[in-house]
Design a protein around this ligand. Sequence first.
Ligand code: ADP
Ligand code: MG
Length: 678
Amino acid sequence: MTEETQNPQKSEGSPSSAANPPPGGEVFAFQAEMRQLLSIIIHSLYSEREVFLRELISNASDAINKLKFTLLTNQAVRDKDAPLEITLEVDPEGKTITISDTGVGMTKDELIANLGTIAKSGTLDFVKRLAESGQESRQELIGQFGVGFYAVFMVADRVVVDSCPADPAQPAFSWTSDGGGSYSLAPSQRTRRGTSIRVELREDALEFNHGHRLETIVKKYSSFIPHPVRMEGRQLNSQEAIWASPKEEVKEEQYNEFFKFITHGFEPPAHTLHISIDAPVQYRALLFVPGHLDNEVLYSREYTGLHLYANKVFIQADNRELLPVYLRFLRGVVDSEDIPLNVSRQTAQQGAVVAKIQTSLTGRVLRELKSLAEADGPAYNKLWAEYGRVMKEGIATDLPNRDKLMELLRFGTSAAGDKELITLKDYLGRMTPDQKEIFYLTGPARAELEANPSLEYFKSKGLEVLFLYDQVDDFVMTSLGEYEGKKFASIDQADLDVLKGDEAAKKPPENTPAMDSLLAYLKEALAGHVADVVASRRLVESPAVLVNPDGVTANMEKMMRLMDTHYRPAQKVLEINPANPLVAAMAAMVQTDTKEPLLKELALQLLENCLLVEGLLEKPGAMVHRVQSLMTQAAQMRAAQMGGAKPKTASKTARAETPDTPAKTPAEKKSAKPGKKG
Ligand code: ADP
Ligand code: MG
């Protein structure tokens, strides 16, 4: 150690107490890099200066941990029975705060080595970069790097470290510095084991000269420090870092309390995942599945995220990088020893560790969910009902985990009641011998899907159809592609392989001249509304159904319309059922007289009925008029058959010819001949 009396870096101009050491004291110059570092810290207006306290408390806690270790090794220790604790004192008059611990303390040599030199090679690099950078980027750099103990010079004019080592043979020493070019060391009168750090606050840092301000900072960063932090006899940190305990030692009660603490809520969690991993990255995670999905979580990018700790020291709230977005409903904490304890929130180093944790944690969470599903099906189904729509996003976004996610999917099904959910595996096990595809249908709710005419064929053949009710489902199913070599097929698509291959599904009157004429008539009558009209093989009872030639399902179309009011979907194909009595009657009418006005009304109504079923009818007004016109004709016809008096005037309310464009109704034109039969 070279003694030095001139301090070339001392820039503050004030007489330094370090330069005038106490009796018996010595003055030491800081390393050149250290001087640079301190000068930059002192002159930067770092916005998160409060972290200095976090750094000092973490060091105190580390020192107590080291002392505990020393006790284990049975060495002679000063003050063997002194309580292991950290104490804060504020002296508002003196404008000082003191952080004391009963930890391992530092010898004279340790004070020199730990507080006088830059030992860590990373820090040296950092200082070099700092020195080379401009004033603005310095701010950022400081934020990116943990400066540990030296952070105290962001708020201090002078710091006095008084330390009495645990080793009874080593005397106590006092270290003093104003953060300039030097520090001084002098023998100390202290006899109690441990370290006290007296911080003489800068004029611009007097905000920290208040007990309640310090208390807030302790609660924010140091709640889970494993030793008591006291101020005026009160313990400020009450929480136990239960995530660091072995699973077997934590009671459900404690998990629930902790969940309430982090959510500021009253409900216990639905599930708790307590995870401990050592490689390739060390972390412990305590994650909770809340009882219910918040809209905030479903729709907002500002969802809560997880809290990040480094060895029980709080680093960051609401970190959204620790889990993929589709697991955003989970709450809790992740604690990693591999996270550097830095002044600022975001650093490249931290980012790399967090990315590793995300990969590991995601795999682990999916595995835990699978175990839950195996151990307690109903509980998992409940979780799925709540969070499935969020988890499904992972199918499209997390390719490496897609197989795991596929196993976690649950579906409603045409084959079971409302409550039953099945897996893809279940579905495969129930497929008919020559079934080649996995059929599904999307829509708002079970009742709507049950009413969809497309389903009739599948029901009649005993083919199971998956029912999906979420907005994202179309995109999810499209990106699923296939499962175990079976393709997914939406049953409202125009060219379904299963139908093409089924000769038996041809309807008996399919290729008659009457049916051909009806198809030709409908193509003309509905031109501009549908792309084509064909005889259906999928319909058993219903007269007609609209199917999609372009792979866009009705549900998808609704979503597109919501997002883009100008969205115009490709025209659909109208399939009609030759075996249906209405269709048969229309075919007969076409054979007799294609000019019959009732035919046009029936054609349009047939189309709009299909749109209505799918929830795609845009303007129901015209349809209501047309239905009333048809009702009028039916009523007049029936009245005439029943021999009652002929009504004098026709309805004036019935007015609809084409969808969405009211026109003169046939009922008005031909009210004189209500008895005409098709
Ligand atoms: P880090 O904590 O990352 O090692 P710091 O700059 O915070 O870096 O502290 C430097 C070193 O000073 C510590 O490693 C420790 O050896 C020593 N030290 C700091 N504070 C104390 C304390 N209260 N008691 C004992 N040793 C301490
Ligand atoms: Mg430290």
